[in-house]
Write a protein that binds this ligand. Structure first.
Ligand code: NCD
Ligand code: ZN
Ligand code: ZN
Length: 467
């Protein structure tokens, strides 16, 4: 063989379990070889990764890219540019768009828009349509990554299912083999607390913390765990903020419930009361950020291997939707896809977490949970050539104005962070080079979970037995 498409030379490769020196060859979008220099042919393009670290491409399993319907907040172009800038090579997008992604037609529409615009690969969650389980089959047939269930109001979600509907939806997903991801906060409890707070005239940012207390989260977690236990469905709980949820999950794991957990950088790194006192509704997010003691216990759970994934919950809104007096009319959420990896690399430099753990939580496990492994989340020969190349010593400031997202607000504005991505490669195509997003890069594609075995985009399909 003369030349292959791309060669990454002098790389220090870090996987979830190993650290080794290698030269990586890429051909036709896949890992062709990984080994010593002499065994790899020359490349049409070459990256000298001397002094840099090569990770399997980072997957952000929790983004809201807002397209279709709310492109003024974000679209797949700007969202995926933010992803590339943050070293993220695959995103999994949430269904709370307009129209919501709840059936075949809305899935097709989002898929088409994303295929035209996204720089990175994308998977699409389906949402739940009340009293309609037929649509689930349409979503399933198209390769939806999983079903997203909201147990409370949140952006774009004004209705949430009754407990019985949760059980019904989970039973159907169990039959179909679809994993269910949950926003676990108890909707009714929150509504009652909000009315009580409004009745006494509260409209300050800290009222948000009282309106959505940890009890509402733990209570919803207990319900969805019970429903999963009853129906046998595999579930994933998004944005867990408290170790109390982790304890509950552990006990249901011992009952045989297959459940995985996500947390987000803001729950690990911020104190809710401090940051909302300082920044007001900029830091308003569902669920709210708890106290420092909670995040310390969350770190312990993370270090103990009890939390499976870190996602950003990239939830962009315009500054004017965030920076308002009245807490009840302020939008919840802020962008995060661009800052998630740098924030965690900074924690690596601070000795809080190892780079192997970062790979496990932000690449390998999300791929395993959502049926994308080993095509994503690994650097095995034959895997998609998705790589995130980082300079672990690079120091830069996070600046809200500098974000690629349309949403120029972040509770991490002004923070100096050590450790940044400098290259991102999506199926062999460079989308981030020397820290700059390459806007002309080729388009991302839909990823579909392994359960379909060759369905969806038709691109999946390891011959059986290669896993
Ligand atoms: C998210 C959004 O804006 O889409 N907001 C948030 O506060 N996290 C929705 C969500 O994940 O609940
Ligand atoms: Zn949510
Ligand atoms: Zn979210």
């Amino acid at each position: 063989m003369s030349r292959i498409d791309l060669v990454i030379k002098n790389a220090t490769v870090v996987t979830s379990t190993e650290v080794f020196r290698a030269t990586i060859g890429v051909e036709s979008g896949r890992i062709f070889s990984i080994g010593t220099e002499v065994t790899v042919p020359r490349g049409e393009r070459e990256i000298n990764a001397s002094g840099l670290i090569v990770l399997p491409g980072i997957i952000d399993e929790h983004v809201h890219f807002r397209e279709p319907g709310m492109e003024y907040k974000e679209d797949f172009r700007t969202g995926s540019m933010a992803a590339a800038a943050g070293g993220v090579t695959t995103v999994l997008d949430m269904p709370n768009t307009l129209p919501p992604t709840v059936d075949g037609a809305s899935f097709d529409l989002k898929r088409q828009r994303a295929s035209e615009k996204s720089l990175v690969d994308f998977g699409l969650y389906g949402g739940y349509k009340r009293k309609d389980t037929k649509s689930l089959e349409e979503l399933m047939a198209r390769g939806s990554i999983g079903l997203k269930l909201y147990m409370s109001e949140t952006t774009g979600i004004s209705e949430f299912p009754e407990d019985w509907e949760v059980i019904e939806a989970m039973r159907r997903c169990s039959q179909l083999g679809l994993r269910v991801g949950v926003h676990a906060e108890d909707g009714k409890m929150i509504l009652a607390l909000r009315e009580a707070l409004k009745a006494v005239g509260r409209r300050d940012p800290l009222a948000h913390l009282e309106c959505r207390p940890v009890e509402a989260e733990v209570f919803a977690v207990s319900k969805v765990l019970t429903a999963a236990w009853l129906t046998g469905v595999r579930i994933h709980i998004f944005h867990v903020t408290s170790d109390r949820c982790v304890e509950l999950v552990e006990s249901f794991r011992s009952l045989g419930v297959e459940v995985s957990l996500e947390t987000c950088p803001h729950y690990l790194l911020q104190d809710g009361e401090e940051i909302m006192t300082k920044l007001g509704n900029v830091a308003k997010v569902n669920p709210p950020i708890r106290r420092r003691a909670d995040s310390e216990r969350l770190w312990d759970a993370l270090k103990g291997g009890k939390i499976d994934a870190i996602g950003s919950d990239h939830a962009p809104h315009l500054p004017e939707e965030k920076i308002v007096e009245d807490v009840w009319s302020a939008a919840s959420g802020f962008p995060g896809v661009e800052t998630m990896l740098p924030l965690m690399l900074d924690q690596v430099n601070k000795g809080k977490i190892s780079l192997n753990e970062v790979v496990r939580l932000m690449s390998e496990n999300p791929a395993r949970i959502w049926g994308l492994y080993p095509r994503k989340g690994s650097l095995n020969i034959g895997s998609d050539a998705d790589m995130t190349i980082v300079d672990i010593r690079l120091v830069r400031r996070i600046s809200a104005d500098g974000l690629h997202s349309k949403s120029k607000v972040t509770p991490f504005d002004g923070l100096t962070v050590k450790g940044w991505p400098v290259y991102a490669v999506v199926r062999g195509e460079i989308v981030l080079e020397g820290g700059e997003v390459l806007e002309g890069a080729r388009r991302g594609e839909l990823v579909v979970p392994m359960r379909l075995g060759g369905g969806g985009s038709g691109r999946i399909g390891y011959p059986s037995g290669t896993e």
